[in-house]
Design a protein around this ligand. Structure first.
Ligand code: PEP
Ligand code: CO
Length: 392
């Protein structure tokens, strides 16, 4: 991906919930990710590396320590690894036993994902079944069906030519890697192991770990921890990031300049990419770090709607992605990935999209325990637009 030969699709919940770990919701999240990946691969002709924000995304950094509702002030929600989501003093009391529960929930999620990705559900011959019921009739759903028909036809064609598709593993199973923010260092450390063959250390809580925009200080504890493990790692890059800070982080996390080691995830906000991204791209390029540049078009575009709901506009999400691609192209940098918050459920958390979610609908199905997520239709719509950008 750092060399421009692949595209990273990193997607899933803002915060996974202990209360919503049903097999169906995990399966449907996987469906959307698989659909998006097919759309990108077919539409743009590049291999897509699929990474879920899944099986461990239970801890949240917050901008303010407390939250006030009707004169009651309580600790902000910091994820189910820490405490409950309900707005009561009892529920918001931190409980360390939740760290053990987070591990167990992650392991159970991983078991299910393994069964689904390797056991037939992710088979190319089932691509029609990944289309979710409620999305099927929408414009995106129909557009996806057409791609699925074409892939069916191509597979039949290859079979008719005598190619042995039965034994082609890449058609019958997929790799879905897991990721979460490495926020609670005690949790991450306790799952850190040394590889007995190479002697290298790995954080075994996920394949890929990232550092959030609030904890990316070059001399901070989170950078110090991830410096010591060999996993591929990411750093979120918010609008306040200076080139000097970024270079210091790159030097610490990627001193040997290894392709694939470091992914920089820009989350600058719609309308700010043209201003802020060029000097960061230049600085990292001149220092010779072969990073993957990915775009998180979600976290710079969150706002509180007057109805009280925290939301994002789909046009802003697309707008930031478009600008990211353009600026990367202008600087000769491969736009290597997209990082998004989504769910397979038919929620109404982000505004807009082709089947327009209006502000009056936010209350209908606002189910996230943290940031607003794209629903399956909006996610697919975004994948089609991203494929187009990649093709250009
Ligand atoms: C997140 O990814 O949910 C998040 C909190 O991102 P950031 O650190 O970029 O704000
Ligand atoms: Co979030």
């Amino acid at each position: 991906m750092a060399a421009g030969r692949g595209f990273l699709l990193q997607a899933g919940d803002c915060a996974e919930s202990f209360d919503d770990l049903s097999a169906n919701s995990i399966r449907d999240k996987l469906r959307v990710i698989l659909q998006m990946a097919v759309t990108l691969t077919y539409g743009a002709g590049v291999p897509v590396v699929k990474v879920g924000r899944i099986a461990g995304q239970f801890a949240k950094p917050r901008s303010s320590a407390t939250e006030t509702r009707e004169d009651v002030e309580l600790p902000s929600f910091r994820g189910h690894s820490v405490h409950g989501h309900a707005f009561s003093a009892d529920s918001r009391q931190a409980d360390p036993r939740r760290l053990v529960a987070a591990y167990q929930h992650s392991a159970a999620t991983l078991n299910l994902l393994r069964a689904l990705t390797k056991g037939g559900f992710a088979d190319m011959r089932r691509i029609h079944q990944w289309n979710l019921e409620f999305a099927r009739g929408s414009g995106e759903g129909r557009r996806y069906e057409r791609i699925a028909d074409e892939i069916d036809r191509a597979l039949r064609f290859m079979q008719a030519c005598g190619i042995d598709l039965e034994h082609e593993a890449s058609l019958h199973e997929v790799d879905l890697f897991t990721s979460h923010e490495a926020l609670l260092l005690g949790y991450e450390e306790s799952l850190t192991r040394r590889d007995s063959i190479t002697g290298d250390w790995y954080d075994c809580s996920a394949h890929f770990l990232w550092i959030g925009d609030r904890t990316r200080q070059p001399d901070g504890a989170h950078v110090e921890y991830l410096r010591g493990v060999h996993n591929p790692v990411g750093v979120k890059i918010g609008p306040a990031t200076t080139p000097d800070e970024l270079l210091a982080v790159c030097e610490t996390l990627d001193p040997t300049r290894s392709p694939g080691r470091l992914t920089l995830i820009a989350r600058l906000g719609q309308g700010r990419v043209r201003d802020l991204l060029p000097r960061l791209l230049r600085a990292v390029g001149e220092a010779g770090h072969p990073v993957v540049w990915a775009c998180d078009p979600m976290h710079g575009n969150t706002f509180a709607h007057e109805s009280g709901f925290k939301t994002r506009r789909f046009v802003d999400v697309v707008g930031e992605l478009v600008d990211f691609f353009e600026v990367c192209r202008e600087h000769g940098t491969w736009p290597g990935g997209m990082h998004v918050e989504l769910t397979g459920d038919d929620v109404t958390e982000c505004l807009g999209g082709s089947e327009e979610v209006g502000a009056h609908q936010l209350a209908e199905r606002y189910e996230t325990v943290c940031d607003p997520r794209l629903n399956a239709r909006q996610s697919l719509d975004l994948a089609f637009q991203c494929a187009e950008l990649l093709r250009r």
